[in-house]
Ligand binder design. Structure first.
Ligand SMILES: Nc1nc2c(ncn2[C@@H]2O[C@H](COP(=O)(O)OP(=O)(O)OP(=O)(O)O)[C@@H](O)[C@H]2O)c(=O)[nH]1
Ligand SMILES: [Mg+2]
Length: 364
């Protein structure tokens, strides 16, 4: 299953414009079995220069990037939890995402209506975060009823566990949500977060912010403190420009970035920041048939990485041949790398690193 991101924000801030730009780069789905595409889901390649270079090195017949899913939902308005606007029912579509991308309007354009008639990013962020918190609160309240009912009939051990969750929800989670706080900011420890994971609360998920700015603000410094974003991951983009860029051939995009003195497109930045936020890294498999990038959580051991390719690889894991992609390329060829002893044989405790090229050995 790929990493998924839900896009939230007020209406008319550019969420769908961003989504459309992203989906212009939608992957060739044939490469990804078991993937279905819903109308509001886009599956996008994670940009990776290393993969391209490796594919070139091996003259691979096929190159398969690792992917990330984006979900676009309708805009949230103040009072959505009480049914204002379209209400917040559509949030249920993104309950299972790994992270939330909040789009904020920063661009000035009199022709585009703002729901509160003025562009005020700080206020908009607060509105959205409160609505997300209140949407979570509804879920917590409903769930508490179920848990309390369960307490009546349950056996002792189960009762104890149920009571523990009830206490956490009543004493820590509910008060925070009632105050419009994001659960990510409440300081829950890992055990607490783990115990409420099944509730899929949106504010317990990692979140990053996309500032939809005017094109000419792209290269300017934005005072993030002023809009209340101090320690957050923020990606300034111009959604409209991204939509235009996504239509261009790669060479022209590179040319544009060069003239603007930018390193990546906004879309690439969003994907790269999402990886950082979720603590994800990429390892690679490469050869004449196929070069491919895979996503894993930082700190994963080799068998877990092998399991991304096939569960049999994990179950029957014996060892892995590992070399950093750059070391491999610099060696000139795979046999040369082998001869120089640059390919390391790693066991089940080896922690896979970003940019490792792996060959797994396994028993079936
Ligand atoms: N000037 C300017 N207009 C933009 C930009 N991004 C989006 N827009 C315009 O803003 C309007 C709303 O954009 P959408 O992407 O549909 O907004 P949305 O957030 O999906 O809105 P809802 O689906 O209603 O919640 C459209 O007319 C866009 O063309 C931008 O970067 N600059
Ligand atoms: Mg939209």
């Amino acid at each position: 299953m790929s990493v998924s991101i839900g896009i939230v924000g007020l209406p008319n801030v550019g969420k769908s414009t961003l989504f459309k730009a992203l989906t212009k780069r939608q992957v060739d789905i044939a490469n990804y079995p078991f993937c279905t595409i819903a109308p509001n889901k886009g599956i996008v390649e994670v940009p990776d220069e290393r993969l391209k270079k490796l594919a070139n090195f091996y003259n691979s017949q096929k190159t398969v990037a690792t992917v990330i899913e984006f979900w676009d939902v309708a805009g949230l308005v103040r009072g959505a939890h009480k049914g204002e606007g379209l209400g917040n029912q559509f949030l249920s579509h993104i309950r299972e995402v790994d992270a939330i991308c909040q789009v904020i309007r920063y661009f000035q354009d009199e022709n585009i209506i703002h729901v509160s008639a003025k562009v005020d990013p700080a206020e908009d962020i607060e509105t959205i975060n409160i609505e997300l918190a209140l949407a979570d609160l509804e879920i917590v309240k409903k769930h508490l009823e179920k848990l309390r009912a369960k307490l009546k009939g349950a056996k002792t051990q189960e009762q104890k566990e149920t009571q523990k969750i009830i206490d956490l929800l009543e004493n820590k989670i509910m008060p925070a949500l009632e105050n419009g706080k994001l659960l990510q900011k409440v300081g829950l420890d890992n055990e607490e977060l783990e115990s409420i994971k099944y509730l899929n609360l949106l504010t317990a998920k990692p979140m990053f912010y996309v500032l939809n700015v005017d094109e000419n603000s792209l290269t300017q410094n934005i005072d993030l403190q002023k809009i209340g974003l101090k320690n957050e991951i923020v990606v300034p983009i111009c959604a409209r420009l991204e939509a235009d860029l996504a239509d261009l051939p790669e060479e022209e995009i590179k040319e544009y970035l060069k003239t603007m003195n930018l390193q990546h497109t906004g879309l690439d930045n969003i994907i790269l920041k999402a990886y950082k936020l979720l603590n994800l890294i990429t390892f690679l498999t490469a050869g004449p048939k196929e070069s491919r990038a895979w996503t894993i959580t930082k700190g994963s051991a080799a068998p877990e990485a092998a399991g991304k390719i096939h569960t049999d690889f994990q179950r029957g894991f014996i060892a892995a041949d590992v070399i950093n992609w750059k070391t491999l390329l610099d060696a000139g060829s795979e046999p040369a790398a082998k001869e120089k002893g640059l390919i390391k044989l790693c066991g089940k405790d080896y922690i896979v690193q970003d940019g490792d090229v792996c060959v797994f050995k396994f028993n079936v």
